[in-house]
Ligand binder design. Structure first.
Ligand code: AMP
Length: 252
């Protein structure tokens, strides 16, 4: 695997790949089975796979969440090598935000729903970094998890609005054995909260009405930001202690 830490040298390599199809997977690291499923799909559908690991400061509205975000770069590099990934991009904040974060992309409607009120500026920061990476990689396909469903819809909307040629591919949510969606934040759940966390997907998948799901979660000791139905999905965001979990399921 080639590891690129400088944008300019990566761009030189990128120019040599013009006759290949490129699959791109953008992550914040601490890789798990969810990330690996995106990378595997990218390998199946493209000649070359490019991964990026970047913990993007502009999409964190809470500095504790940013500071405590698990960073396991050595372990991640080994995993990517073992899985046959071709290129890894590890760019610095300074090089990606050489404009001093003066230029941002924003969406005005969908980003004010669901996650929007709870995470001010999150989607603006997320769309901005996704656009930067899509322009740096110019992938044929770029892969995102349905776990972050609102994010996936916003990325599709941005690419259509800005006439990007990359095809955005949504991939199904990968879960732990007990149903909890794989997430880098799961490792921050303490030993009491971790088993309790499985009630969240179980209740989302149940036949209960949303109000009853909220009541059941509160009884179990969750704090609930929202449980709602939209886009033929039931989506929710909850807290256990200081760890925020999001998830969604398809409504049949
Ligand atoms: P993150 O590193 O959390 O920013 O996630 C990077 C990408 O992996 C995003 O497209 C996520 O939606 C996706 N992802 C995260 N968790 C899962 C999961 N459990 N199943 C499938 N995709 C996931």
């Amino acid at each position: 695997m080639n590891i690129h830490t400088k944008i300019e040298s990566w761009l030189q390599v990128r120019r040599t790949l013009n006759n290949k199809t490129i699959g791109f997977v953008h992550t914040m690291g601490n890789l798990h089975q969810g990330h690996l499923s995106l990378l595997k799909r990218a390998q199946e559908e493209n000649d070359i796979v490019v991964a990026a690991i970047f913990v993007n400061p502009t999409q964190f509205n809470n500095s504790d969440d940013f500071n405590l975000y698990p960073r396991t770069i050595e372990q991640d590099i080994t995993l990517l090598q073992q899985n046959g990934i071709d290129h890894l991009l590890l760019f610095t904040t300074e090089s990606l935000y050489r404009d001093d974060d003066d230029i941002r992309v924003m969406e005005k409607k969908m980003s004010s729903l669901l996650e929007g009120p709870f995470r001010p500026n999150h989607f603006e920061g997320m769309l901005t970094i996704v656009l930067k990476f899509l322009n740096l990689v110019l992938p044929t396909h770029s892969y995102y998890g349905e776990k972050d469903y609102q994010q996936l819809l916003l990325i599709k909307k941005m690419c259509a609005a800005l006439f990007l040629s990359t095809k955005i591919v949504g991939c199904k949510t990968i879960r732990e054995k007990d149903g909890l969606a794989c997430s880098s934040r799961n490792s921050r759940l303490n030993e009491v909260d971790r088993p309790k966390a499985s009630y969240f997907p179980r209740l989302l998948m149940s036949s209960l009405q949303t109000d009853d799901i909220v009541a059941a979660l509160l009884r179990l000791g969750f704090k609930v930001d929202y449980i709602t139905e939209q886009w033929n999905r039931r989506l929710g965001a909850v807290w256990l202690s200081d760890v925020r979990l999001i998830d969604n399921v398809l409504l049949s």
